[in-house]
Design a protein around this ligand. Sequence first.
Ligand code: MG
Length: 396
Amino acid sequence: MPSRVSLIVVAAGRGARLGAATPKQYLACAGKPLICHALEALAAARSYCAATVVIHPDDRALYQSALAFLSPAATATFGPPAIGGDSRQQSVRAGLEAQSDAAPDVVLIHDAARIFPSLALVERAVAAAERYGAAAPGAPLSDTVKQIDAEGRVVATPDRSLLRAAQTPQAFRFPLILDAHRRAAAAGVDGLTDDAAVAAWAGHETYVFDGDPANVKVTTMDDLSAAEARLFDAAADIRIGQGFDVHAFAAGDHVWLGGLRIPHERSLAGYSDADVCLHALADALYGALGDGDIGAHFPPSDPRWRGAASSIFLSHAAGRVRTRGGVVAHLDATLICEAPKIGPHREAMRARIAEIAGIALDRVAVKATTSEGLGFAGRREGIACLAVATIRLPAR
Ligand code: MG
């Protein structure tokens, strides 16, 4: 009969090494809290007879909001969280106690900060627990390891081929590890940093099975950025949207273009400030999202948008990308007019557009052309703008 396998995800740490106010497992990574990536991957790997996330008592609200980012399948996998203690050992024990009624054969214990547990790794973990009773995934070390004393003097250079960096999920026969944790707690032993060490302390032979070098732990901000890049690369949901807008000239003494007020012998007519450039850019973003257009989000029938600064539209569209967990990779606008001259204002427009969209200057392009006297732009009846936006959305 196949083993009844349960899962404990330890997420009660304070993440002090990242130096952020929010514990690292709840920091945003590719559009959702870090912990969600681990939970999704584990839920997708197999089914469990019980699955418990152990959280810190201060994090109830953070965990509740993180759940909103989970797929229905992952949401259904995890039951109510267990509340952890002051140490990792206490937290794992809280998770084990919460599952004692479910009486699993095998339990996998995983750190929430490892967000890339693969299906193959999870299956190796289950097999290792069935075979050995207590086992941890281990990755070979690429660096030579030095053992030092308090002054930094090297006292030993262990044989690297016999060393492994322990990862999670660690895997155990459930009664073995529950008993080991209970005994360690009763003996006042509380500083062990992984469950293989708890099993070993309790006198069990513990084994290392093949880990996965890609199963890294997010510990620093650099790790977080690297994890995010990997998630985006894996997803590669890159989208391009286009926008187009025209406004006619009317009486006036300035135009709004690219978020700048530019003195001119005429103004552009429109319900808002008629910034044809920001309108085209906003529509390009809505287009990339498949999310309507300016008119749908800001109906001209609504008096709130009379004379509105068009920066509102562009920042709203960029915000819609971020709400979806995405990033604006690039904005490119081409203005078509005989006058005013765009060249002298180009760099200021780029800077203003970058500011409104919340992206770096080098991700914004503004170009201009005349239409050689042809058509409405050539007859100086109005200004047209073409725009393209590239966005990247995270994996679903
Ligand atoms: Mg318009």
